[in-house]
Ligand binder design. Structure first.
Ligand code: GLU
Length: 440
């Protein structure tokens, strides 16, 4: 072959993705991206590149328990794509963390950042651990050891972790501190943006903790009128009352909505007149669950009753794959707003489609978190600290513009909002590849 001859880009076949293990979250995620590629006519090589992560890192590391014994833990960092900027995505601590799930979550981060037009790629990480089983000191040692195992695979302009399920600002503070101490003489603060979602005292942004929940509220205010729903007196149900759910509930409440049902890993509650969301949050901070919460008109219900509660908007804000065929057939709502990542199985999504329930996709609904992560990164890089009002208005502006972009893509391609959101993300990624080409 002469040097001027080009090797043709091999056209991948999308079929192997859908032919994979039907329970594979990555196959599910890659399948929906692949279908969106067809709808928006994205080039084949974009589909090929996105069909696998760029890098997959698995580490095993020992941690000393408080009783003096040692335990080996397994951790992951998947870097899915960095065409648009440094890899970006949360770190999850959960006993069910698996390579397949983290790959799917990393792919969704690529799509989410591209849809939001943030200058980031997509990544995700996790440690297979139940954080409730560890003391605070054990969690700190685990976090520091995991961070040091990640070594140079993370970095302030290379790959930037953030909180996810089972992690919080304290864990991000420890990650940042460990990274700085293992990459500099320990005195250098110019690298705090290696991690976002830190506490405000350690360089975190105002408004980061509530950002994901707040973002759901902004998405709903923008998209509900078209679905003939209004924020005032909006009835909503929440599956999950963690960082996403608890703040979404309070933001929606403040916007005039009422939470008629809520379920977490322990209990389910219903109140047709609306649960007091701020009091419930205080209860959860103390007890660790919504179980045992009492207020006028609130009663405990079974999971099935919870799903069947009549409501305008149902918000799954917990783990993946929770809305399967059966749950989708129980739901009595007009709109499902995906607060958590990948909450709906393909079979569940099909039932929702047949029943005429509109789905607002996760890469839009829960993008508030990574959007304020970006604002934190910018503040750290430029050495400034914005007040809450400035952060909130930037968040609202970004979310509203993106919601409009998704609505426009749905009209243009005559498709549902989920496919439209992936399509709008793919357009941006494809445009970048088209302009910069593929190395070498
Ligand atoms: N874990 C969050 C998400 O899934 C936030 C990621 C980030 O801030 O980087 O979007």
């Amino acid at each position: 072959m002469t040097p001027t001859q080009r090797v043709p880009i091999e056209l991948p076949n999308a079929k192997p993705l859908s032919a994979a293990d039907p329970d594979s979250l990555f196959a599910m995620a890659a399948g929906s991206v692949s279908r969106a590629c067809e709808v928006v006519g994205a080039p084949e090589y974009v589909r090929a590149i996105l069909s696998q992560p760029k890098n997959e890192l698995i580490v095993h590391f020992p941690v000393r328990r408080d009783d003096g014994s040692y335990e080996i833990f397994k951790g992951y960092r998947i870097q899915h794509n960095n065409a648009l900027g440094p890899y970006k995505g949360g770190i999850r601590y959960h006993p069910e963390v698996s390579l397949d799930d983290v790959k799917a979550l990393a792919l969704w981060m690529t799509m989410k950042c591209a849809l939001m037009r943030l200058p980031f790629g997509g990544a995700k990480g996790g440690v297979k651990v139940n954080p409730r089983d560890l003391s605070s000191n054990e969690l700190m040692r685990l976090t520091r050891r995991f961070t040091s195992a990640l070594g140079n695979h993370i970095g302030p302009d290379h790959d930037i972790p953030a909180p996810d399920v089972g992690t919080n600002a304290q864990i991000m503070d420890w990650m940042m501190d460990t990274y700085i101490n293992t990459h500099t003489d320990g005195a250098h603060q110019g690298m705090v943006h290696v991690v976002t979602g830190k506490s405000v005292g350690c360089g975190g942004s105002e408004g980061r903790e509530k950002a994901t929940g707040q973002g759901i509220c902004y998405v709903l205010s923008e998209l509900l009128p078209e679905l003939n729903l209004r924020m005032e007196k909006l009835r909503f149900s929440l599956l999950g009352f963690g960082n996403v759910g608890a703040f979404a509930a309070q933001a929606l409440n403040a916007a005039g909505g009422k939470m008629v049902a809520v379920m977490d890993h322990v209990a389910a509650l219903r109140n047709p007149d609306g649960l007091p969301t701020a009091d419930l949050y205080q209860h959860v901070v103390k007890i660790g669950s919504i179980a045992g919460f009492k207020s006028a008109g609130t009663r405990a219900v079974s999971p099935e009753e919870f799903y069947r509660t009549p409501t305008d908007v149902f918000i799954p804000a917990a783990l993946e794959r929770m809305i399967d065929q059966q749950k989708a057939s129980w739901l009595d709502c007009k709109v499902l707003a995906e607060g958590g990542n990948g909450p709906t199985t393909p079979a569940g999504a099909e039932i929702l489609r047949q029943r005429g329930i509109a789905v607002l996709p996760a890469i839009l609904c829960n993008a508030g978190g990574v959007t304020v992560s970006y604002l934190e990164w910018v503040q750290n890089k430029t050495g400034v600290h914005w007040d809450l009002q400035r952060v909130d208005s930037e968040l609202q502006r970004t979310i509203v513009l993106t919601a409009r972009r998704v609505r426009l893509a749905a009209h243009q391609h005559d498709t549902d909002l989920s496919t439209a959101a992936f399509g709008a993300a793919l357009d941006h990624i494809a445009d970048s590849y088209l302009r910069r080409g593929i190395f070498p």
